[in-house]
Design a protein around this ligand. Structure first.
Ligand SMILES: *[C@@H]1O[C@H](CO)[C@@H](O)[C@H](O)[C@H]1NC(C)=O
Ligand SMILES: *[C@@H]1O[C@H](CO)[C@@H](O)[C@H](O)[C@H]1NC(C)=O
Ligand SMILES: *[C@@H]1O[C@H](CO)[C@@H](O)[C@H](O)[C@H]1NC(C)=O
Ligand SMILES: *[C@@H]1O[C@H](CO)[C@@H](O)[C@H](O)[C@H]1NC(C)=O
Ligand SMILES: *[C@@H]1O[C@H](CO)[C@@H](O)[C@H](O)[C@H]1NC(C)=O
Ligand SMILES: *[C@@H]1O[C@H](CO)[C@@H](O)[C@H](O)[C@H]1NC(C)=O
Ligand SMILES: *[C@@H]1O[C@H](CO)[C@@H](O)[C@H](O)[C@H]1NC(C)=O
Ligand SMILES: *[C@@H]1O[C@H](CO)[C@@H](O)[C@H](O)[C@H]1NC(C)=O
Ligand SMILES: [Cu+2]
Length: 598
């Protein structure tokens, strides 16, 4: 094992870091098979740090694989927790206001009155303490920390109707989250369609990386953008038919020019020739599938969602809603301005401003004029990119056939007093959570009488693997791929494809399959996933197209329910949150719940 990791590291990663000739640092294997690297001893072309030998393996521009003694990019963070770090505290306030974004003014709901909300930053091993105040007058809220594993802490997951009651207007909830992973993610409201109004922000957890870079430019959130409010659009989507509304524009890092070019501004990313930059792309869309390119530049992709991957070079990135790719861009071209493009993947989505959603990569010394560069034509196909996790884990193939469980995905239109009701069904039922009686309350009450529309599936024995196939019906009239997101775990993606799975497991990937928290279920196709039961809790798994989860496309895994109360500890915040919520919701409030609540 030790030898394998050592060889693997030297053979595959170092050349990508340093070019074919020089290794930028000496690599040795530690006692427990972990990787240790010493500061650079050679003069690589892009060397910009001090090259002081450092026996502790300190993370720096030339030694991004390092973290701190005994912890590095070779650590399996699902198996081994980093030492507890510091407490990082943030106050977030959800507000309701009117703001001009990309040249057009509209009613928005924001975090701390900014779009995107503040970026939360911590180091691997730190604990976030986040106080969320609901300053809306007419909505609850509930903030989900997308992709954070929430090991033994499901009541911090921010999934209203599952792990908490919504935070009532005027109330504050404190979330405590341990950073057991590192990389890039986002937080967003899970209260109906509310994140589409602007209740989103990025999260950066610093840690080691599979490729070197000089400067971390931080997150670049990409989203579709609508001039109508998300609640209004959601109502139309639910009751008038199957076509998703077409976004009016897209935003990169919260900004863009208006489609006529007269208002708004492009996000500008400043770089210096000769340096390498890490950019953290996050797709925070409601509906759009995006393809990102940078004119004249390739990207070295180093992480997909929270999982470090074997670095590979790509001319484009394809991101479904909820997905992230961390990349390194080499500023090696002539000092000028270049377009960064976030095109809509036309194989499954549309944008009224198609082809024009851009930002600028601007070299120091370039003039102020907009770029005149031309881009490539990236492949469109609304498919996940092929990735290989850096730390190789194997799925127990011998347990697969007996543990595989089947979930159908279907589409249904029924008639209601409000007109047609469009729903997505999991095994025959669209989810509809009760905000006032979350699943965790059932666990506290030892009540197993779950209603059908809770879509509860129990997951059993400690550390035993469960395997799931989601098979969509062949009569699906929409045929778009669905980004499936799991809370509480990174799932292992054993296979996916169009049509009906033929039951042959020989084509599935059991040795180091991709693992991440969001993966595509192809339109009219299937997706086969697995994960070990190592985290007691109630965990949603849902389509991250916000219209679709509103229309019922979600289920919840109730994992080791008898172990949940023993892990999550004090319930006073859960209880007082529900008391405040019920008092508000049962009183006069201007709006009703019309969708799944998620
Ligand atoms: C936001 O403010 C508008 C205008 O005052 C109001 O109509 C709307 O209900 C408010 N929304 C929320 C969620 O508080
Ligand atoms: C939330 O507030 C918006 C107005 O800002 C309203 O349209 C929507 O119906 C409200 N939803 C709920 C469930 O209160
Ligand atoms: C995104 O925007 C913020 C606020 O304007 C800025 O501080 C940050 O540098 C931008 N990030 C990138 C990657 O351009
Ligand atoms: C974001 O995800 C949506 C939905 O899957 C997709 O349509 C859109 O193209 C993605 N955006 C980017 C920039 O990848
Ligand atoms: C980017 O990659 C393509 C395809 O491998 C290659 O043809 C091109 O020269 C590369 N561009 C740069 C700037 O390295
Ligand atoms: C599906 O729609 C039909 C009407 O077309 C309705 O009778 C049935 O109850 C619906 N099924 C579900 C699970 O909502
Ligand atoms: C889903 O429904 C199918 C068909 O009724 C059934 O065979 C299967 O066991 C159900 N799945 C689960 C996880 O209960
Ligand atoms: C279970 O819940 C249903 C409503 O969903 C209720 O009608 C039934 O009485 C409950 N059964 C028990 C045993 O509590
Ligand atoms: Cu989510």
């Amino acid at each position: 094992m030790l030898g394998v990791r050592f060889l693997f590291y030297t053979a595959l990663v170092l050349p990508a870091l340093a070019g074919p000739a020089a290794l930028p640092f000496e690599v040795i294997a530690g006692e427990n098979g972990e990787l240790l690297a010493r500061q650079a001893t050679s003069t690589g072309a892009a060397a910009t740090s001090t090259r002081v030998p450092d026996s502790a393996c300190t993370n720096g521009p030339l030694t991004r694989a390092c973290w701190q003694s005994g912890f590095s990019i070779a650590t399996d963070f699902d198996a081994k927790l980093p030492p507890a770090g510091k407490v990082v505290e943030y106050n977030l306030e959800v507000t309701n206001t009117t703001m001009e974004i990309a040249g057009v003014s509209r009613m928005v709901q924001l975090v701390n009155n900014q779009y995107p909300g503040p970026t939360l930053t911590a180091n691997w091993g730190d604990t976030f303490v986040i106080n969320v105040k609901n300053s809306l007058s007419d909505n609850g809220t509930s903030i989900h920390w997308h992709g954070l594993r929430q090991l033994n802490s499901c009541q911090q997951d921010g999934a209203n109707g599952v792990t908490e009651c919504p935070i009532a207007p005027g109330q504050t909830k404190q979330y405590r989250i341990q950073c057991t992973q590192f990389g890039t993610t986002w937080y967003h409201s899970h209260h109906s369609i509310q994140y589409g109004e602007g209740v989103v922000g990025n999260i950066v957890i610093n840690g080691p990386a599979t490729s070197n870079y000089d400067v971390d430019l931080g997150p670049m959130a990409l989203t579709d953008w609508f001039y109508d409010t998300a609640f209004a659009l959601n109502y139309r989507v639910m009751h008038t038919g199957i076509q998703a509304p077409i976004p009016d524009n897209g935003l990169i890092n919260g900004t863009m020019k208006s489609p006529d070019g007269t208002k708004g501004s492009y996000n500008k990313v400043k770089v210096q020739k000769g340096k390498k930059y890490r950019i953290r792309f996050v797709n925070t869309s409601v509906n759009q599938h995006l393809v990102v390119t940078i004119d004249g530049h390739n990207m070295t992709v180093i992480a997909s969602d929270f999982v470090p991957i074997k670095p590979f070079t790509s001319q484009y990135l394809a991101l479904a809603t909820g997905q992230r790719y961390d990349v390194v861009v080499d500023a090696s071209q002539a000092a000028a301005n270049y377009w960064i493009r976030a095109d809509t993947d036309t194989a499954c989505s549309k944008n009224a401003n198609q082809g024009n959603v851009k930002a600028i990569l601007s070299y120091e010394g370039a003039n102020e004029a907009d770029p005149t560069t031309t881009g490539i034509t990236p492949p469109m196909g609304c498919a996940d990119m092929a990735v290989t996790p850096y730390v190789s884990n194997t799925v127990p193939q011998d347990q697969f056939s007996s543990a595989l469980q089947y979930l159908s995905m279907d589409f249904n239109v029924s008639q209601t007093v409000k007109g047609p009701l469009v729903q997505w069904l999991i095994n025959g039922s669209g989810i509809d959570v009760d905000w006032s009686r979350p699943t965790l309350q059932y666990v506290i009450d030892s009540d197993t009488n779950y209603s059908d529309d809770m879509n509860v599936f129990e997951v059993g024995e400690t550390n035993k693997w469960s395997f799931w196939i989601i098979q969509s019906v062949q009569s699906d009239p929409v045929e778009v791929p669905h980004p499936i997101h799991l809370h509480g775990h990174d799932f292992y993606i054993l296979g996916s494809g169009p049509g009906v799975w033929n039951g042959d497991s020989s084509g599935l990937k059991f040795v180091n399959p991709p693992r991440r928290d969001t993966a595509l279920l192809p339109g009219k196709g299937y997706l086969i996933l697995g994960f070990p039961a190592d985290n007691p809790g109630a965990w949603l798994m849902h389509c991250h197209i916000a219209w679709h989860v509103g229309q019922g496309f979600s289920l919840q895994f109730l994992e080791r329910k008898e172990d949940i109360l023993g892990t999550i500890g004090d319930l006073s915040s859960f209880n007082s949150g529900c008391d405040s919520w019920k008092k508000w919701w049962n009183g006069p409030h201007p709006y009703d719940k019309d969708d799944s609540g998620l």
